[in-house]
Structure formats: C-alpha cells, structure tokens
Design a protein around this ligand. Structure first.
Ligand code: GLN
Length: 503
C-alpha cells in the first residue's frame, strides 16, 4: 500500500530514489518472521520507512541532492540505516533535501523542490480519481486517517475534506515543505511511510515537520550515531526522526539510540529505552517560556498557539514562568560563521579526483579541481565554502572563528543556567509562521531573509540539547503549526512525555 501511494504521489517529489525492490524483499523477510539475534521480530518489523539522501545506503545512490555525488553508491550503510534494517524496517526510498542539507525549504535540490502536501492541488488528477485514491487508502495502512492532508491524530477534526480542497479552484499555488529534510517530512505526512530519517544541523528536521504537521525529533548530540551521515557541520549534525505521533518517535529512537564504535562522539553510556504511558500528568513540571523567543516576523497564529499551549500547561498544574536566554540574538550570526567554517573544511574532499564529480577540463590539476567544484556544487554551497575559507584565513581566524566559538559557549550556557535553576523544559515556537508559499519563498529577497526561519531552532544545535516539534493546530491559512519543546541533555524521556501530553 505504501509503495502504491508513493507511486501515486510522485508529484510531491518526496522520494529522489525509489527502493521498492528492496522494500518488497525486506517486507517478505519481515512477513516470514525474519528476526535479528533474539529470535523475535525486530521492533520495526515490516514498517515502511524513508531515509534522507544524505545517509549512506549500501549500493543505493546517495546524492545529497548534489551533482557532486549524483553517481555515488556507497559501499556501506550508515549506522542509522543499518539499525533500522536490523529492526526489521522496510526502506521505501531516499528522500529529497536541500543540497548537502543547506537550506530551510527543500527548494535547493538538483531534483527540484519538494512540495508540501497540505493544500496541494494535483495537476494531473480530477476529483473523481482523487476520491478513488482516498477510498483505496481506507483499506491501506492509513485507514485511521485517510485524508491526505492530515497524517497526525492531533489534526483530526481540523481539516476540510479532501474533495472540498480539490474543488477549491482558486487555489493554484503550493507551499514549501520546509527543509532541509523536506522529502522525509512529506513522505511521512502524505502516508508514503510511517517514519523517516532526516538530519538536523540548525533545524532541518523540526522545520519541515512543523510545516507538514508531523512530529520531528532532534535528540541530544551524541545519542545517535552520525557514522555514514554525510556531514554538513560535524559539531552540530544530529540524525533526526520524523513520525506521525510522539509514541512512534519514541519507538524509532529506542531502535536507533546508543553508542557506536564508528562515531567517537556518541556517548558510551547504556541507553534506557523510553516507554510512554497513555496517562500522562504534567503536574509540577516547570515549563520555561524564553522571553527572547519573540522574533520579529513571528505570525499571530504562531504566537496564539504558543500562548494557548502555555495556558494549557498552566491549567494542568504545571508551573509556567518566563525565563531568559540572553544570548539568543547572536545565534544566527554565530551559526553562520561556524557552519561556513565546517562546510569549507568538509567540502575540501570533493576535488573530482579522490571524491565526487569529475569534469573534462584537464588543462591543469587546479583547473580540474575548479571546474569540477564549480559544476558539482550549487551557489549556496559554493558561497558557504567561500565564506568559510575567508573566516579561516590566518588574519581572520581569531576575529571570526574563535569569537563565534566563544559566543557558542555563551549560548550553550544560557540553557545550562535555566535548567540549573529548576526549569524542566522550554516551550517555544518551531518556526516563524506556517509553510510559506513556494513562489514567495524563491524570490531573491525572501530567500536571503529565510535564514531567519531558523531563529527558534538553531540555538538548540549550538547547545547540543534535545528538542521536539509537535503539531498543534492549523493556521488561518489552513496549514499546520507546530510548537517546540526543548529538553535537557539526555532528557529525552521527560521531553517526550510532555510532547505526548501536548498532542
Ligand atoms: N537552514 C540551516 C542551514 O541551511 C540548517 C540546515 C540543517 O539543519 N541541515 O544551514
């Protein structure tokens, strides 16, 4: 059913490589009671999943949505991919992203933009065909929730019917999926799969999850292995989890977490699996509302949802108070400097000789490097390499790189201070608004300004703490709005308990 759905929804451009063959054989294995080690079926036995195209998949193209790696088929699986397979999961496909994870909308890809399924009007279908599809899905994996536009239980009751939206003749445009892991978010939100892997360096899992109305989890740095995740910013990259519910996110996290000998930044401590009861009380929980998280450009709907959720915590017996994270305002700048520096270093390997696309300009070795890198990378990637090398020049190193490292410490200490003062969790918006329209987003000015979209998510990566976005309600445009809970280092359990209570 998921394969059928993926084939029907190609127009959304969520999958860049379909692995239906692999999926069928993995599903057969799962159906035959295939098990790992213990003789029991794995925790994900038979569950269709998708994986962002920056995780290495053995023998399957892993392109980072870049010409540079468009013919690259890795000889090994990323640890996250291997753990999902060991758990019995069924890989439906690799998902679209902004090239190398650089972006916030999944529009900067060699495969073209991913489309947000919400309010999306399929060009090649009429209403009748579309209704058939809904009917079919009644028997399928999505039977509880057969509206294409809603994938999450929290959204039930909010939506207009499918045919109503299809009949909305005035609606000709579509909204961005968010990014950079937009393909994974859309695959889960549209019912192509039940869970997906993304990566989160500055918000790339939480942003698209919020725009697409699903759960997006960024765990503590060091809990999930980065082995085989093609790096963007090594000191901030974290594998991200997309799911339809918080319970599903916990199941995936339990399968994926833990020390990996291939990633020296994973913590050696034993991981305790998280089980979330149905009856959750938030009584006595101390929820902090950071006063600096009122960034200009935040939409009224987002503020409203945030305020109401704070009231709900309060009414349920939680202690809700305003707190301060005073260095928040420097986070976008700090991230920009550090990101570019690590990008400049990471991208140096793609020289067209040892790794990556090789062009035909053989006039000299230097010319071959230059031509391959020019044709292999898009202008966003080249711009960051350029900036990063500038920041790392001997004369600039102290002024930019070291200074940004110090600011990073201050931002990180802000979180430490509020948590040391008794705050359990922070409640914030995830994004400034609901998903922007694609035509608006790609205008030059807005694209530059889009850096601001990460204002609520980036500080979390600088500090390495966990965060989760939960879909809360619909905006006045009929698009999903998510809110973010930020936890303490390795405090995933408490954070997910409160997140489940929220949904
Ligand atoms: N939008 C941010 C960037 O372009 C974050 C991306 C990410 O988390 N991968 O760097």
């Amino acid at each position: 059913k998921c394969i059928e759905r993926a084939a029907k929804l190609r127009e959304l451009n969520a999958l860049v490589t379909e692995t239906f063959q692999i999926a069928r054989s993995q599903a057969e294995h799962a159906a035959a009671g295939y098990s790992v080690g213990s003789g029991e079926p794995g925790p994900l036995a038979g569950i269709p999943v998708a994986v962002k195209d920056n995780f290495c998949t053995k023998g399957v193209r892993t392109s980072c949505a870049s010409h540079m790696l468009q013919n690259y088929a890795p000889p090994y699986n990323a640890t996250m991919v291997q753990k999902m397979a060991d758990g019995g999961a069924v890989l439906i496909g690799k998902t679209n992203l902004d090239e190398y994870g650089m972006g916030s909308a999944s529009v900067e890809s060699i495969y073209g933009a991913t489309r947000n399924p919400w309010k999306y009007r399929f060009s090649h279908r009429n209403n009748v065909e579309f209704e058939n599809q809904v009917e079919q899905s009644n028997n399928g994996p999505d039977n509880e929730n057969n509206d294409l536009y809603t994938s999450h239980p929290a959204m039930r009751g909010y939506k207009g019917s499918l045919s109503e939206r299809m009949g909305d003749k005035n609606y000709t445009d579509w909204h961005v999926a968010g990014g950079s892991s937009g393909g994974s978010a859309v695959a889960v939100a549209s019912g192509i799969c039940f869970g997906a892997l993304g990566s989160d360096t500055g918000g790339s899992t939480r942003n698209p999850a919020s725009y697409c109305g699903i759960v997006g989890l960024k765990s503590t740095y060091g809990l999930l292995s980065r082995h085989g995740l093609i790096p963007l910013v090594n000191s901030m990259d974290v594998p991200g989890i997309f799911s339809r519910s918080v319970d599903d996110a916990a199941i995936l996290l339990n399968c994926l977490a833990g020390h990996d000998v291939f990633d020296s930044t994973t913590v050696p401590d034993e991981y305790n699996p998280i089980h979330l009861p149905d009856d959750i009380s938030v009584k006595g929980l101390h929820i902090g509302i950071p006063k600096e998280y009122h960034a200009p450009g935040t939409s009224a709907d987002v503020i409203d949802a945030w305020r109401k959720m704070a009231d709900m915590f309060d009414n349920a017996g939680a202690k809700v108070s305003q707190v301060s994270l005073p260095h928040t305002q420097y986070s976008i700048l700090c991230y920009s400097v550090l990101c570019c520096c690590e990008v400049a270093s990471n991208m140096a390997r793609y020289d067209g000789i040892e790794f990556g696309l090789r062009t035909n300009d053989m006039a000299s070795t230097e010319q071959l490097y230059a031509d391959s890198r020019h044709k292999g990378f898009n202008d966003v990637v080249r711009g960051r390499i350029f900036a990063g090398n500038y920041f790392l020049l001997r004369k600039n190193y102290e002024r930019y790189f070291l200074k940004a490292q110090r600011v990073r410490r201050l931002i990180s200490d802000d979180f430490r201070t509020v948590f040391n003062n008794g705050v359990d969790l922070l409640l914030t918006p995830t994004t400034l608004s609901d998903a922007p329209r694609h035509d608006w987003y790609v205008q030059e000015d807005n694209r530059t300004r889009s850096v601001q979209q990460d204002v609520y998510t980036q500080p979390i990566n600088l500090a390495g703490v966990p965060a989760v976005t939960v879909p809360i309600c619909l905006s006045c445009n009929g698009l999903p709005i998510g809110l973010q809970l930020i936890g303490q280092h390795f405090g995933e359990k408490q954070m997910l308990l409160a997140a489940k209570w929220m949904e």
